[in-house]
Design a protein around this ligand. Structure first.
Ligand code: ADP
Length: 486
């Protein structure tokens, strides 16, 4: 019986396939790490061939575990904004994928901004002129990579974000993107069904190289790579998928995901979000052409700060060790970290900012540094909370998820510093669950997303604030002083 949904979760650090049953239980998982390439400071690349090969291997492994015939639908969720360029002839990548964290196009974005282009672009796309988004990365490839340029000249170039690249390979050559991913490129107007030719011109991206934009759930595509023909019935960028996985279907409901970066989204219903506080307007989902929007705040460095402590500094052996270290000291000993290791995102948007550690003394030990790293998550989230409130979208509570949210100390610290209840589902893989909810609904296994979420979401744990206003202010003052040093 076809009673599983297979989710392909193509993340920044790993690639995973997860089979869910229709009660939301994980029936099987396969995971492979992705190689990270850092050819120059500020540059981050992936091998698109590796993304494809490892994802297909994970998909086949999970399908074999649950049985090919038991898969009713496939859902896809992915790291957003990352750009893949491939040759329609042969279907092979033309260059390394440029990853969302990559800052190489900062100067180009700054020039466009100086030329006064940002307000109109923000009005149309909901986004800001920042190297984070896809369009300037596409332009960079066209300007700097001979193979990409030659393929464009020959009319063979295909550009896409990661879901588009996977779809191309799953379907045997269909060039599609869903509206939630497309809304992260700077090339889609929040009101337009397809990529905007005027925006393509601003960035010098040939419209013909881009995919067709489709819904986030419904009968989107088919694959026969697993034997039987299986519908691909749900597709969403990782943050939109997590918002759905957290059941944020009502206007104002908010989630924060702490993975490599941290991303907060508030459901804005059919209202097109316009931020006055440097937050982003984005497509949350699209069904039968009708869009639901979200207001979003993106913080570039969250779990990657912990990764840096582990891999570059060697201060810790594992990410989870930060929890015991943070608990082993009464406070951070005055140490504050501003984790601007790849610039500062919302609401600051300082592409060239660099990280800062303040308050060091001979009494500082690694426990203080680890605690300060975790504290930085609450500090950054607090800045976002202020921006959302100023944009008329104050949070009443916060639903958290992502690999880093497994850290109980951090979850409690968030509740303390925000002064809000913080809710964490027992199953923190809400990104994959969101894609499963979309695909299950898109394939008609449930009548609505709400019904699917009720059936598939598990229990939650609530963290309530425990510190008083004075302690909260002291923490935030320390953070503001450190920010001033950036
Ligand atoms: P992504 O989907 O962006 O690849 P994940 O959601 O898998 O990321 O989260 C992984 C990130 O979370 C890593 O950067 C890791 O350092 C961090 N992380 C994972 N577990 C913990 C933990 N217990 N405490 C602190 N950080 C953690």
């Amino acid at each position: 019986m076809a009673d599983h949904v297979l989710v392909l979760d193509s993340g920044t650090t790993s690639t995973r396939a997860i089979a869910f049953d229709l009660a939301g239980n994980v029936a099987a998982v396969a995971q492979q790490a992705l190689s990270q390439h850092y050819p120059k400071p500020g540059w981050v690349e992936h091998d698109a061939g590796e993304i494809r090969d490892r994802m297909l291997a994970c998909m086949r492994e999970v399908a074999a575990k649950v049985g090919h015939g038991s898969i009713a639908a496939i859902g896809i969720t992915n790291q957003r904004e990352t750009v893949v360029a491939w040759d329609r002839q042969g279907g092979e990548p033309l260059a390394r994928a440029i990853v969302w964290q990559d800052r190489r196009t900062a100067d180009f974005c700054a020039d466009l901004k100086a030329a006064g282009e940002e307000p109109a672009i923000q009005q149309a796309t909901g986004l800001l002129l920042d190297p984070y988004f896809s369009a300037s990365k596409m332009r960079w490839m066209l300007e700097n990579d001979g193979q990409v340029r030659a393929a464009a000249a020959a009319g063979r170039l295909a550009f896409g974000t990661v879901e588009s690249w996977l779809l191309y390979n799953l379907t045997g050559g269909e060039h599609l993107s869903d509206a939630s991913n497309a809304s992260r490129t700077l090339l889609l107007s929040l009101e337009g069904a397809q990529y905007d030719p005027g925006l393509c011109e601003v960035f010098g991206v040939p419209h013909s190289a881009l995919p067709q934009v489709v819904d986030t759930h419904g009968a989107l595509a088919m694959t026969d790579l697993l034997g039987p023909t299986i519908p691909i019935a749900g597709i969403a960028g990782d943050q939109q998928a997590a918002t759905i996985g957290q059941g944020c279907f009502a206007f104002g409901e908010t989630k924060a995901t702490y993975g490599t970066g941290a991303f907060v989204l508030t459901n804005k219903g059919s209202e097109i979000p316009q931020s006055h506080n440097r937050l982003l307007g984005t497509v949350l989902m699209q069904h039968k052409g009708k869009r639901t929007y979200a207001l979003e705040g993106s913080v570039f460095v969250a779990g990657s700060l912990v990764q840096w402590l582990r891999d570059s500094l060697g201060v810790i052996a594992s990410a989870s060790e930060t929890e015991a270290l943070a608990r082993s000291v009464p406070d951070s000993g005055g140490v504050t970290i501003v984790p601007a290791l790849s610039g500062l995102g919302a609401p600051h948007w300082l592409a060239d900012a660099r990280g800062v550690i303040t308050g060091l003394s001979f009494a500082t030990g690694k426990a203080h540094v680890a605690r300060a790293a975790l504290e930085a998550m609450a500090h950054q989230t607090h800045d976002l909370a202020e921006a959302f409130a100023a944009d008329g979208a104050p949070w009443t509570d916060l639903r958290i998820d992502g690999g880093m949210s497994a850290n109980d100390w951090m979850a409690q610290d968030l509740a303390d510093v925000l002064g809000l209840e913080v809710e964490r589902p027992d199953m923190v893989e809400t990104t994959a669950l969101g894609a499963a909810i979309l695909a299950a609904t898109g394939a008609g296994l449930f009548a609505s997303l709400e019904e699917a979420a009720t059936a598939m979401r598990g229990k939650v744990r609530t963290f309530s604030p425990r510190i008083d206003d004075a302690a909260r202010s002291a923490r935030l003052d320390r953070w503001k002083r450190a920010l001033a040093a950036v």
